[in-house]
Design a protein around this ligand. Structure first.
Ligand code: TPP
Ligand code: MG
Length: 387
């Protein structure tokens, strides 16, 4: 993405939520933006948000960034096997978490820790999962970072790319059939849109028109592959929705105000019975794909500094300054959060890490997967000396 691709902040129109998909096809090719480079808000997509809510979103982004950095350090210290960060794209989860209702369901990928934190998850619970210790809600059976939180409307993360998208659509179809006033939000990466599951999800969304938001997080990379590989001959990822007759928005994913407004538009539309929306959030994966990846081998080190949509945290801080929330206040919040993350990490490590302390009992590995355990697992359970 270059500066030339940018639509100015405030430039995109905001249609009514019952608009026909065919009447807003151009929104799949532009870029809905509210915040300009000076942090000023413009245009019809300015959401009605209090300063306190914006500070909460800033806090979620600070927490996610500090959390991610701490877990990557833990991986380097050999205390966990694997770590994935979402640096540069925290605004998407942190903001959509505020838009979705308490009974809605999010179907995330591994890069939406900010959604879970934005829904109020205690970082300690997440750390216990990363360390696979005795307090891990997944009982040590999942890859590090594959969280689950039914009570917070956060579906279990699957490492099999894009499988969550048909699930999101199916969940929304069930909500519609039951007449429940809820919506689903599915997240998928740019690279993963190439999976067949994504197209199955779009087909079912198109046919049954359930209350679902299909969010594509275009962070410019799928590991070392540029986003244009999965995009193929299409100009944008949002454009994918047009072929399925779905309204499709392309949104500045580093602009908290634009994310909030576009997601609210799609959720209102869904709850009013007008069906699904596809949203492409344009952002940048500022860190490595995972702890197993070295991005210096395939991209310039200063690319994030040059990214035209900037850093979402810096952009929200700038906007908040215009609302009277000073840089000093933001720094103080950031420092408090970093101290809190260190304290939570001490607590988690005291319970256990990958090679210290208490671990979940092996017997738990066999439980809670099937209602009735299949024969091959019964056999393996015996082989493990558990029966
Ligand atoms: C079905 C499947 N194929 C391949 C992989 C290996 N894999 C894990 S992440 C990834 C890249 C995904 O890129 P993208 O969808 O853009 O998401 P991002 O990592 O950028 O958030 C690949 C190929 C996988 N986990 N599942
Ligand atoms: Mg990607």
């Amino acid at each position: 993405m270059t500066v030339a691709d940018l639509q100015p902040a405030g430039d995109a129109y905001r249609p009514p939520t019952d608009v026909a998909a065919r009447d807003i096809m151009d929104l799949a090719f532009g870029l809905i933006r509210v915040l300009d480079d000076e942090g000023m808000a413009h245009g019809p997509w300015i959401p009605n948000l209090s300063r306190d809510t914006l500070v909460e979103i800033l806090g979620t982004m600070f927490t996610t960034r500090a959390y991610d950095a701490r877990m990557m350090k833990a991986q380097r210290q050999g205390k966990t096997s694997f770590s994935m960060r979402s640096r540069g794209e925290e605004a998407i989860g942190a903001t959509t978490a505020k838009v979705m209702g308490p009974d809605d369901m999010c179907f995330p990928t591994y890069r939406q820790a900010s959604y879970l934190i934005g829904r109020g998850q205690d970082p300690l619970v997440m750390m216990n999962q990363v360390y696979g210790n005795a307090a891990d809600l997944n009982r040590g059976t999942q890859i590090s970072g594959m969280y689950t939180a039914a009570d917070l409307g956060f579906f279990s993360i699957s490492g099999n790319l894009a499988t969550q998208m048909p699930q999101a659509v199916g969940w929304a179809m069930a909500a519609k059939a039951k007449g429940e006033p809820t919506a689903a939000l599915g997240f998928v990466g740019d690279g993963s849109t190439a999976e067949g599951d994504m197209h199955a999800a779009l087909t079912f969304a198109s046919t049954y028109r359930p209350p679902v938001i299909l969010a594509i997080v275009n962070n410019q990379y799928a590991i070392s592959t540029d986003e244009e590989v999965a995009r193929g001959s299409a100009q944008t990822f949002a454009q994918r929705g047009i072929g399925y007759g779905l309204p499709s928005l392309r949104v500045d994913g580093n602009d908290v105000l634009a994310i909030h407004s576009a997601t609210s538009w799609a959720r209102d539309r869904a709850l009013d019975g007008h069906g699904p929306t596809v949203i492409e959030f344009v952002t940048y994966r500022a860190s490595a794909h995972s702890s197993s990846d070295d991005p210096t081998r395939y991209r310039p080190e200063d690319e994030f500094d040059e990214f035209p949509l900037g850093d979402p945290i810096k952009r929200l801080r700038l906007h908040l300054q215009h609302l009277g929330y000073t840089n000093d206040q933001a720094n103080e919040l950031d420092t408090t959060i970093r101290v809190m993350i260190e304290a939570k990490n001490d607590e988690a490590e005291a319970i256990g890490t990958i090679n210290t302390g208490e671990r979940p009992p092996l017997s738990k590995t066999f439980e809670l997967v099937y209602e009735t355990m299949p024969a091959h697992l019964v056999r393996q359970q015996k082989q493990a000396g558990l029966q």
